[in-house]
Design a protein around this ligand. Structure first.
Ligand code: NAG
Ligand code: NAG
Ligand code: NAG
Ligand code: NAG
Ligand code: NAG
Ligand code: NAG
Ligand code: NAG
Ligand code: NAG
Length: 291
């Protein structure tokens, strides 16, 4: 890896850190009450939660004394039944900071006294949302979609720390006639065997609306181009709270391909491009400071 690329990655990481530290809100669960069996019963944390807006990246602080309380993240069913048998996670050291990393519903209970504390109201249910409208990303920005000079690290760097949500659009900008873009399986992405690709777009700019939650893989149907690094892997997150357990169950198996005539251009402003320019600006500032 060239020094320039490492430097670029370091700068991206730095700017991402700066961005996330300015964006997050800290919620002290129950405020001054802290995390315990509330005097008023379950209504206490329900009322508290109803007054908050929880966004991806925010932090919950469960303020309790080690040994006196604990906190477990549990499923919706376990929450309803105050069942602490198989929690998703259990924290016995307080105060405890929990970072909300994905959108959706989160359920927390106190597990002491065989679920009695939960039954008495030491339980919290929240909805976490994503603070933005759909975004249109131009893959690779000004590089566009081609065999990148530095190999596949180029698109990994481009995707680094970007948040991709269901409903966002990827625009692949390439040369008509000689190139294309295919939505492929993880296996095809790894082996560069794209014979089974279902969604292939051959006219630029090619627009794909993200509909599949989880990992999404894109490459060229030309296996040599794929092998040389014209490939992109991203993680797509559900944009709105989804009932626990079945993320993306109603999604079609591939992104919705938009033609060269942009179907969503009016509703999807190119904010990502702006965001990336901001990062670039920051990076330039950092460079200016370092040298
Ligand atoms: C946690 O609770 C203690 C004792 O009530 C209090 O002094 C402290 O300020 C609280 N911490 C937060 C982050 O609210
Ligand atoms: C509690 O959950 C566990 C597994 O998560 C399950 O085996 C058990 O039956 C549940 N207990 C009750 C009382 O529902
Ligand atoms: C938890 O968050 C509080 C409030 O932002 C902060 O003061 C404290 O240092 C954090 N604790 C840890 C272990 O990160
Ligand atoms: C989350 O939001 C959905 C949809 O608005 C709602 O049905 C659900 O009850 C909410 N869940 C919680 C834990 O607030
Ligand atoms: C696509 O690439 C062409 C040629 O490099 C450029 O003129 C055009 O602005 C690009 N389009 C987008 C949406 O980036
Ligand atoms: C490529 O994948 C197809 C099916 O997805 C398979 O039939 C074929 O044998 C594979 N080719 C190679 C060279 O592995
Ligand atoms: C690619 O071809 C399509 C359809 O022929 C055309 O609309 C589009 O402008 C062309 N794109 C470029 C970058 O030349
Ligand atoms: C997607 O997220 C999972 C879990 O965090 C991680 O293991 C995986 O490497 C990610 N994939 C991509 C393409 O970023």
């Amino acid at each position: 890896m060239s020094k320039l690329v490492s430097l670029g990655l370091a700068i991206l990481a730095l700017t991402a850190l700066i961005q996330s530290s300015t964006a997050q809100t800290t919620h002290v669960v129950g405020d001054e009450l802290g995390w315990l069996v509330p005097p008023g019963g379950p209504i206490a944390y329900e009322t508290w939660a109803a007054q908050q807006t929880f966004m991806v990246g925010d932090v919950l602080v469960f303020n309790f004394t080690t040994g006196e309380q604990d906190v477990a993240r549990v499923t919706k069913e376990a929450f309803a039944a105050c069942n602490s048998t198989n929690p998703i996670s259990l924290q016995t050291t307080g105060p405890f900071n929990y970072t909300l990393v994905t959108a959706g519903e989160y359920y927390f209970i106190g597990t002491m006294d065989n679920g009695n504390r939960c039954a008495l109201g030491q339980k919290l249910a929240i909805n976490v949302t994503v603070p933005r409208d759909p975004v249109t990303y131009t893959v690779g920005d000004s590089l566009g979609w081609e065999v990148p000079p530095g190999g596949e690290i180029a698109y990994a760097t481009w995707a680094y720390r970007k948040v991709f949500l269901v409903g966002d659009t990827l625009v692949f900008n390439f040369t008509n006639g000689t190139q294309d873009v295919a939505f492929v399986t993880k296996e095809a992405y790894k082996t560069c065997n794209t014979t089974a690709a279902t969604t292939v777009l051959t006219t630029s700019p090619a627009r794909m609306i993200l509909t599949v939650v989880g990992e999404n893989f894109f490459t060229s149907t030309d296996s040599r181009r794929c092998a040389l690094g014209q490939k992109l892997a991203i993680n797509v997150t559900s944009a709105s709270p989804s009932p626990a357990g079945a993320p993306g169950s109603s999604s079609s198996p591939s992104p919705v391909a938009g033609g060269p005539a942009p179907p969503l251009s009016s509703s999807a402003p190119p904010r990502a491009v702006f965001g990336f320019s901001l990062i670039t600006l920051f990076s330039t500032l950092f460079l200016a400071v370092f040298y």
